[in-house]
Design a protein around this ligand. Structure first.
Ligand SMILES: [Zn+2]
Length: 286
């Protein structure tokens, strides 16, 4: 829960919101979703308690990017240049289509060129009425101090996961990446190994191992090999984290961690895991 953002939504609902906001840090996607949500809070046709309904025509069109008063501007090139800002400026001064708030989200605002920043500054100095401009930037410090000082800054907490997701190659499916991160027990290095092996493959191995333990079926354990050392390590890491997350059996956790240690110290992965399976059978499944 982001308290700064919660307060901002409340201010929006009470229509006492600043004209210029600077969303910074955190993850780009989260900042965009926050901007869209704020636009919904400002334009919702049937507010519920302290939140936009997300179901009225305005909320739905904002969500799908089809509301004439809500715009997201993204750089098409490495930076956001003067032409784009001048074109954008025309939209800003156009009248409202639907009468409530116009909301403009400028993504990657830390990549505005200097002339573009100066053009933006003019708009900020003569703000059109009922218009909210949201600058979304990873690094707030990259903006001109005159822009920073005029904006109400809203900090988005940076989680280890955000940092890791932001650092990945864009070709990697973000959902799969997130799942890998979760399976690894929030371990960025482990998550990379899982992505390399494939999330589905890792889950399948761990599920089958757990099934074998539940059923005390040693033949099923045999069928899980051969595996490489690095595979064995990540499978056991995922397994250990699941034990930990489910708070099932401290004995099982200890046994898994001991096996991890042995494999790291060059024990034969297959042998070590078979011994582990016997130990887990002895503990009576989970
Ligand atoms: Zn609504």
């Amino acid at each position: 829960m982001n308290i700064a953002f919660e307060l901002l939504v409340r201010a929006a609902l009470e229509e006492r919101i600043a004209h210029l906001l600077l969303f910074h840090s955190g993850a780009a996607l989260e900042r965009r979703q926050a901007g869209v949500y704020l636009a919904q809070a400002l334009n919702c046709q049937s507010l519920r308690a302290a939140a936009p309904c997300l179901e009225c025509s305005a909320c739905r069109r904002i969500h799908s990017g089809n509301h004439p008063d809500v715009h997201i501007l993204q750089p098409q090139k490495a930076s956001l240049g003067i032409e784009e800002i001048l074109h954008w400026q025309e939209q800003v001064y156009r009248k409202h289509y639907e009468g409530k708030y116009k909301v403009f989200i400028l993504e990657q605002a830390d990549r505005l060129t200097l002339p573009a920043e100066n053009a933006l500054l003019k708009v900020i100095e003569e703000p059109p009425e009922r218009t909210i401009i949201i600058l979304s930037a990873q690094n707030a410090e990259a903006l001109l101090p005159t822009i920073q000082s005029r904006a109400q800054a809203v900090y988005f907490p940076e989680t280890e996961k955000d940092n890791w997701l932001n650092s990945l190659d864009p070709s990697i499916n973000p959902q799969e990446a997130e799942e890998a991160f979760m399976l690894s027990g929030n371990d960025p290095e482990g998550a990379l190994v899982i992505l390399d092996l494939g999330v589905a493959k890792v889950k399948q191995w761990v599920d089958q191992f757990e099934e074998a333990i539940r059923e005390s079926d040693f033949l099923k354990v045999f069928s899980l090999f051969p595996i490489e050392k690095n595979e064995a390590l990540i499978y056991l890491q995922v397994l250990a984290y699941q034990e930990y997350a489910d708070v099932r059996s401290p004995g099982a956790m200890l046994a898994i961690n001991k096996t991890l240690d042995q494999i790291r110290k060059q024990a034969n992965p297959r042998l070590a895991i078979e011994v582990l399976a016997l130990e887990l059978f002895r503990q009576g499944g989970h």
